[in-house]
Design a protein around this ligand. Structure first.
Ligand code: GTQ
Ligand code: FE2
Length: 355
């Protein structure tokens, strides 16, 4: 309904807008503020999911919902309350918890979406990626880059729960999805030597010169065991000027680029009582608390967290974390490699913050 002081003009405008819409056209002038806000105004909201709640529901799925071909994965996705029921943690990020019971396996497939796993609980699972069985333990990161065959197998007697981060919303935005089930068998044959990627490409600062790397430029290293992450963070924190916090990023060791072309992941340690400097950046992030308790200020929202809780930091929100009970380790998934590839990255901290 238009309203000017002239009733016949109002009528003409109403008729005009109705006709514009009926012809599948839209005026810019009624929407420009939403389309081009002065700073990012994400639909994605800051939000926290409690581990206790996710864990209990994942366990119930474990007894109620079998894994079969078609479904393929027993996964509960974080669905951001700002995204109208879409199963996305943020408009660009898929984040989920996967539950695999004792002796269960999740059949092989491959797809255009890139994935990373961060192990939270349990022992005995391996993810086979193009024939290489990658053993998974709590705190480990395991990559399944785009178009690589992957299946998960639990050879142990306890359930395992891990965090999945994928670029499904990005692949879907470009209508770039391709998916294939592994032909014939549920699981890939495992090459005799397990964890080959780690033995060949897992030597910090050393590049094996006689070995081929994946032709698509993806990372030849697929696993980042917790022991290495922990040792690096401990060493960095002991350096003068660390200020009680240190962070590492998991990268492709041959190029130094992000672990996956669209997604980054890293681990930040905050020592007891320490805080991070308020910071903002373009791109969404999901934080998974590995260890410790604390609180985070995300824009106008404050969340308090404990082990394995998960929360979303929307693009451009000013964020600062504080560890309140012992040292805290925060696993951080981000879409910043995709943002940078499109030339859209920007960040600020301290005096430079833009609200
Ligand atoms: O484990 O292969 O959370 O294909 C979503 C899609 C996990 C997987 C997810 C997947 C997987
Ligand atoms: Fe998959």
């Amino acid at each position: 309904m238009s309203s000017t002081s002239d009733p016949s003009l109002d009528e003409a405008l109403d008729a005009f807008y109705a006709e514009v819409e009926a012809e599948d056209l839209a005026p810019l002038w009624t929407q420009v503020k939403n389309l081009m806000p002065m700073v990012p105004r994400p639909a994605t909201l800051p939000h926290l999911w409690r581990w206790e709640v996710i864990r209990a529901l994942a366990e119930r799925a474990g007894t109620l919902v079998p894994i079969d071909r078609g479904g393929d994965r027993r996964v509960l996705a974080l669905a951001n309350p700002g995204l109208e029921g879409k199963p996305f943690a943020a408009s660009t990020l898929w984040a989920a918890v996967q539950y695999l019971g004792p002796r269960e396996s999740a059949p092989g497939h491959r797809h255009a979406a890139s994935a990373l796993r961060f192990v939270l609980e349990g022992e005995g699972v391996w993810t086979t990626v193009d024939g290489d069985a990658c053993d998974m333990h709590p705190g480990d990161v395991v990559l399944t880059p785009k178009h690589r065959w992957h299946d998960h197998c639990n050879g142990g007697d306890e359930p395992m729960l891990w965090f999945d981060g994928l670029d499904i919303p990005i692949v879907s935005a470009f209508d770039a999805s391709f998916f294939e089930a592994y032909p014939v068998a549920d699981l890939q044959p495992v090459d005799g030597e397990r964890n080959a990627n780690l033995r060949t490409h897992g030597w910090a600062g050393l590049r094996p010169v006689d070995l081929a790397t994946p032709p698509d430029g993806g990372s030849p290293l697929l696993a980042y065991p917790w022991a290495g992450t922990d040792a690096a963070l401990t060493a960095l924190l002991a350096e003068p000027g660390a200020g009680g916090t240190a962070a590492v990023e998991f990268v492709n060791p041959t190029t130094g680029a992000s672990a996956l072309p669209t997604l980054s992941c890293g681990m930040r340690r905050i020592t007891a009582g320490a805080s991070t400097v308020p910071q903002q950046q373009v791109g969404h992030r999901v934080v998974v608390v590995y260890r410790g308790t604390g609180r985070s200020r995300i824009g106008e929202v404050e969340v308090t967290w404990g082990p394995h809780d998960m929360f979303v930091i929307p693009s451009w929100a000013v964020v600062a974390h504080q560890a309140t009970g012992g040292d805290a380790d925060l696993f951080v998934l981000g879409d910043d490699p995709a943002v940078r590839a499109l030339g859209l990255y920007r960040d600020a901290e301290g005096e430079e913050l833009v609200r």
